[in-house]
Design a protein around this ligand. Sequence first.
Ligand SMILES: Nc1nc2c(ncn2[C@@H]2O[C@H](COP(=O)(O)OP(=O)(O)OP(=O)(O)O)[C@@H](O)[C@H]2O)c(=O)[nH]1
Length: 778
Amino acid sequence: MTKIRVHEYAKKVNKPSKDIIDELSKMNIKVNNHMATLEDTAVTKLDGIYKKPAQGNRAQGSQSRPQGQNQRRGQSGQGSQGGQNRTQGGQSRTQGGQSRPQSGQGQNRTGGQSSQGGQNRTQGSQNRTPSAQQGTSQAGRGSNFTPKAAKPAPGPGQRGRSNGPGRGGQNRNRKGKQQRPVNPMPPMPKREKELPSKITFSESLTVGDLAKKLGREPSEIIKKLFMLGVMATINQELDKDAIELVCAEYDVEVEEEILVDKTDLEVYFEPEEEAKKEERPSVVTIMGHVDHGKTTLLDSIRHTKVTAGEAGGITQHIGAYQVEEDGKKITFLDTPGHAAFTTMRARGAKVTDIAIIVVAADDGVMPQTVEAINHAKAAEVPIIIAVNKMDKPSANPDRVMQELTEHGLVPEAWGGDTIFVPLSALTGDGIDTLLEMILLVSEVGELKANPGRRAIGTVIEAELDKGRGSVATLLVQDGTLHVGDPIVVGNTFGRVRAMVNDLGRRVKTAGPSTPVEITGLSDVPQAGDRFVVFEDEKTARQIGEARSATALQEMRSEKNRVTLDNLFDQLKQGEMKELNLIVKADVQGTVEAMAASLLKIDVEGVNVKVIHTGAGAITESDVSLAAASNAIIIGFNVRPDVNAKRAADAEGVDIRLHRIIYKVIEEIEAAMKGLLDPEFEEKIIGQAEIRSTFKVSKVGTIAGSYVTEGKITRDSGVRVIREGIVVFEGEIDTLKRFKDDAKEVAKGYECGVTIKNFNDVKEGDIIEAYIMEEIERK
Ligand SMILES: Nc1nc2c(ncn2[C@@H]2O[C@H](COP(=O)(O)OP(=O)(O)OP(=O)(O)O)[C@@H](O)[C@H]2O)c(=O)[nH]1
């Protein structure tokens, strides 16, 4: 009888593998993970547990979505009865409250204050664990002054006073007023001021400020501090401890307001309460070496799984797509290659839950396979190895396994825990198993999100579309995105005007792990940018505008990227020992040839390192990889696409475009030696129309002209254009306004021009003036 694995058993009894593993550990049967095989005895024991309840579960399970969800719920708190879950949530919230005492307590307090102040306050002080602790420690520390402290131990006193009448908070004001006349003249009137139940501060407060917040004289606070062993003056900044000590004396709750930078989108990515979370599809990235079949695999998965179910659906490449397997969804990021993965990571966005690394069985582990593995490991993302091209006669999966073992990925067949799936992206064989494995790994990962919250997520792709304006594919990572939502995406903002899913269908909402293409943004964001939905458009606009302003500023101040122009300086200053290059060319052969020649460059011990190569246009991912690793991009017979260009400008990444290989090598060598010639770019500054000509002996032909555009300057270069053809190119000899020499003549004015070594000007000719501008060094 063949041994059954944990996950297989789990599937059989319709339970998450994790449950099975837990049960096994209760039975003292040790298993490493869900891939472990089960002894017959273990199976029998498990059967004892699962055979009966399994039925019940199944019945329950079948109500909604299959397995996972129900199981998981069952596991955490018996299913769909929100009540229990919620209770749990409450607990976790309280827990959360410990780290930030405010939240939970704050609620109690506020509620309390308005209604029955006294009671709640008591409750509040019980709750106030952290400060209470401090209170005790302080009491301990300064036990010698406890009696004194007890006197103003104003808490009770205060309470007595304010609550004395036993009426609620609503009387407070009146009470305050009543009290004044009662305590006629004597001490300080402020004494009568009622203590607040709670004060807030951020970072620190001066004694004066604290006094104000407490409605007490600064001298009183200073005295208190003195009794607590802290010598302070009115302008002294008090730290959190001191503030809490003083407030504890007054029995006033303290809340430290953590100053949140509202424009920092990361803030909104704070973890959610567990209770509201539901299972969400996993997000998968496919990586691997060039030509190992990433694209084919992505297409193959998509075609077998999507079009089958969605007859007539025209798949649309929006940068990600979803397929369904076993009734569960899986989201694939459609931009293969770890550059895309790096883009996200370089921006701090953790998008991928599982990395599929494709290795061609006939080619084995290649440099980019290793890179991909390293990327996935660095991101702590579980890896599944897809051993591709199994249909080829030369396929040698054992070799792949062997080679990967050297990189710490040991197949479970050999006692390790890495999942290897042999498949053929071309024929489709093995793809189902791959999808099953993905579901398995995501099940173990317990991926959850709360569809009820406002959406947050990451930009997968974005571009400017002629007709639709800014178009961005967003991956909703938590919450649900709705049409009409006010949204901040990276440094842009807007309202979600329309949403289209990966099947090209218009949708109104998009839940967790769903990719959608949206329009309605004010500008084009960048891949890897975060997005956050806000409660109203005004907030979104404010935050978006603030972010774009800071981004602009940062861009201006950020000049330390390596470029060929500053390369020599950086090398000289010893800032760099290595020159990182990314090489893109039109065909793979050229890429390799170029990379090889570049690696041969040897200038004074500086290492040239080609960190990435590829055939095809320079993409935004190349740029972000360059930005992340301070590299220069070299393009041979290729151009950056629109997004790449924009990203390069924004990130200050140097892209060098060439058509001749030795020029590339020469340029890099020259740059390393500091011999790069300054680069100039022609800039057309104006145009004039010749309206009449005068021959003047000794001077030549003067062109009586009218400046129609821009300006003509004395030192500009000129071209004479006749019927669209350049008939002469040279320099201005003289430029006059009436009789006087002019330095420049602007649009709308007439002038007389003579051109050096050219007298054949004719009426109707156009003089185009240009200057050569040195390109700004980065
Ligand atoms: N025989 C066979 N060929 C395959 C298989 N998968 C992919 N190929 C072929 O391998 C070549 C490269 O496949 P791609 O999917 O373009 O590879 P890639 O990894 O996306 O390549 P890059 O985009 O250049 O990084 C293509 O000619 C595919 O037809 C497979 O399972 N079997």
